[in-house]
Design a protein around this ligand. Structure first.
Ligand SMILES: [Zn+2]
Length: 265
């Protein structure tokens, strides 16, 4: 099955993008102020986890010009649950969008924003899994660990941040009823060299840990990739213990909808 991996740049020290771009974290583009979602648990405005534009292959939102926003509560609410109101997926038609970046709600400080990483390109790949085997990974009544799936097929979907193909669940299959899998987000994002950022590094138990100071109260944590120069892993979202977020979409032409949930070890 085809899937798309993002190339990411750390955008905290760059100016506003000038138009809607696919991105993780930061400030939404085009979202009307009155649609900024609040958490049903703590009633605080949620933080943008990602925004993506419709693409007929990569992310089918049911109509050209549509965009999708995923928000998540920055407090200790039950953000893993797709139904409890501590995260929110919004899909808007282009006619519903407002020009420019959305002003921050008054009670949302930069500390609540997730680190902004822009997607400079999507690389299309194929994991070799056939479409007929997809239900073994997405249908809650089918468990790939107790199936006739070969070990070779079971490990074909790549464990990474991407759109497309089927999810690599950390725990059990949890596809929300009536939704199709759209993509997944690892808690740590792989980014290119964060140019302009002042990074301070130290060794902790033989591992290099670095900090970027961005004007938040606390620094962001970042780790150099050991296998590729110029690549870093940025601690992006709190999905429990090294978790993964899963995105689902119902690309209905009239009432599109989405769900988000996460699992961890
Ligand atoms: Zn909350």
């Amino acid at each position: 099955m085809r899937y798309w991996k993002p190339e990411l740049i750390f955008a905290e020290f760059m100016g506003p993008p000038g138009q809607f771009v696919d991105q993780f974290g930061g400030i939404p583009w085009g979202l009307p102020e009155d649609k900024w979602p609040t958490c049903s648990g703590c009633e605080a405005p949620m933080s943008l986890l990602a925004q993506f534009a419709h693409h007929s292959d990569r992310l089918d939102l049911g109509k050209d010009g549509r965009v999708l926003y995923v928000f998540i509560c920055g407090d200790d609410c039950e953000t893993w649950d797709p139904e409890c109101g501590a995260n929110k997926v919004l899909i808007l038609d282009d006619a519903e969008m407002k020009p420019g970046r959305t002003p921050l709600p008054p009670d949302l400080t930069p500390d609540h924003l997730l680190p902004e990483c822009r997607i400079t390109c999507w690389t299309a790949k194929d994991d070799g899994l056939s479409e007929e085997l997809a239900p073994w990974f997405v249908s809650p009544d089918m468990d790939p660990s107790h199936s006739g799936l070969s070990e070779e097929d079971r490990v074909k979907p790549e464990y990474c941040t991407r759109l497309g193909s089927v999810p690599t669940w950390i725990q059990h299959i949890e596809t929300p009823d009536g939704f199709r899998f759209a993509g997944q987000i690892v808690y740590c994002l792989e980014i290119h060299d964060p140019i302009h950022a002042k990074i301070s590094c130290r060794e902790v138990n033989g591992k290099t840990t670095c900090e970027i100071h961005t004007g938040r109260t606390h620094p962001l944590y970042i780790y150099p990739a050991t296998d590729e120069k110029g690549k870093w892993f940025l601690e992006f979202a709190d999905f429990g213990d090294c978790g993964m977020g899963y995105l689902f979409v119902d690309p209905d032409p009239v009432r599109p909808d989405g769900r988000f949930l996460w699992q961890c070890y």
